[in-house]
Design a protein around this ligand. Sequence first.
Ligand SMILES: Cc1cc2nc3c(=O)[nH]c(=O)nc-3n(C[C@H](O)[C@H](O)[C@H](O)COP(=O)(O)OP(=O)(O)OC[C@H]3O[C@@H](n4cnc5c(N)ncnc54)[C@H](O)[C@@H]3O)c2cc1C
Length: 432
Amino acid sequence: MASTGVPRTDPHASVLVVGASAAGVATAEALRRHGHVGRLTLLDGETEDPYDRPPLSKQYLAGQIGADAMVLRSTEQLAGLDAEFVLGDRAVALDVATRTVTTTSGTTRAADHVVIATGVTPRAIPGVGLDGVHVLRTRADADRLRAGLQTLQGPLLVLGNGVLGSEVAQTAASLGVDVTLAGSIRAPMSGQLGGFGSQFLAAQHEAAGIRLLGGVRAARVRGRNGRADTVEFVDGPSRAADVVVVAVGSRPTTGWLEASGLEVTDGVDCDAFGAAAPGVWAVGDVARFHHVGMGRSMRLENRTNATEMAQVVAGNVLGRRVPYTPVPYFWTDQHGTRVQVFGQMTSADRVTVVDGHPEDGRFVAVAERAGEAVGVLGWGMPKQARIASMRLRPRYVPVAASAAPALSALSALSAAPAAPAVSAPESPAPVG
Ligand SMILES: Cc1cc2nc3c(=O)[nH]c(=O)nc-3n(C[C@H](O)[C@H](O)[C@H](O)COP(=O)(O)OP(=O)(O)OC[C@H]3O[C@@H](n4cnc5c(N)ncnc54)[C@H](O)[C@@H]3O)c2cc1C
């Protein structure tokens, strides 16, 4: 990377973080922890103080918790950052050479370092915008959907049977709503849970009364008098629906970077250190980084990545050179159980239950490809799953980076007992 005089190691350098959510706030906190004393500004298009998104499809949607329980940090903690929060003003352009961000209000802000943390935006299909058609990314989205569920007379149709669609379907079902979950993959969340896990989830969904419609792609929602009326599928008959949730994936929020000259290919392209250009960095859902252990670029959309990538990149902003080499990890809560996935698994992998019993609804399974462990699936056994995930480290964490700050599996372990708590089964049961 060409030298541009960016003050890489100066703790007094100014930093502008665009996107003040999980990754943006974690970056600010890590900068301060690493000794940064310079001007720190966080800019966000939303007007509310930073809040956490995972409860939006779960406890908040179900009405079990209120907005106050979702704040990312208390007012005192935010004040303790000694940072300026500029809320309700979106970035619309970035000049990479001068690291100047222009916003919708017409303001320009220049900084020694710009950290891009603008997350993702739900993918739309024709019909999004009609009354009764919902997406779910923000608290305002969740408020609208919750109100829609409260007054719902007929069935709810959830389009997209990935993580978000599954979560919304099970939350709605828990509220007594008649739900159909329709999506392009055969079994819900098979892209994340592999064959065995997705079949297990499908059985739980069905037991909760959710109708499953796999292998169908939604084309559009047709309206009548401005309201949802019918969903048309590319490969199946239309279905009547007056309340629809569109959860067909998301795309990185990079529109504002179009004229910046930054490489953007399904996310802001970064090197192994999170750098997109001299003095320009990306973290969280929006960042596509080079994973040294995997030897390829990847983008992770999950809460743990938002925090862990921010910690590593903040150090690099201040002159460290630590590559970000996480063991991918995410959790979801479904039907009252914490489900965890370490690594990455596909339906083609061979799956072996190594602890617990699926028939009891609690188990840990390991997915293997060509004899190598590639993923660990935990169902209601958090500690055991975390410990089992240690076997993934050789695949994801290169030897040179293993001295770097512990990530994902390792940091999750810090809450677990030091001694291994997993009793190795006498004869592991292959299930897939
Ligand atoms: C409903 C829901 C449930 C989820 N459940 C789970 C879960 O169970 N487990 C899990 O691991 N992960 C879950 N996630 C994912 C997790 O919340 C995200 O990975 C995490 O929020 C990513 O953080 P981020 O800061 O990168 O992006 P975001 O949280 O999306 O934040 C991006 C911020 O940037 C702002 N922004 C965007 N564009 C601009 C702009 N041009 N100018 C200024 N500001 C801008 C946005 O307003 C937003 O505040 C869930 C997400 C959702 C939506």
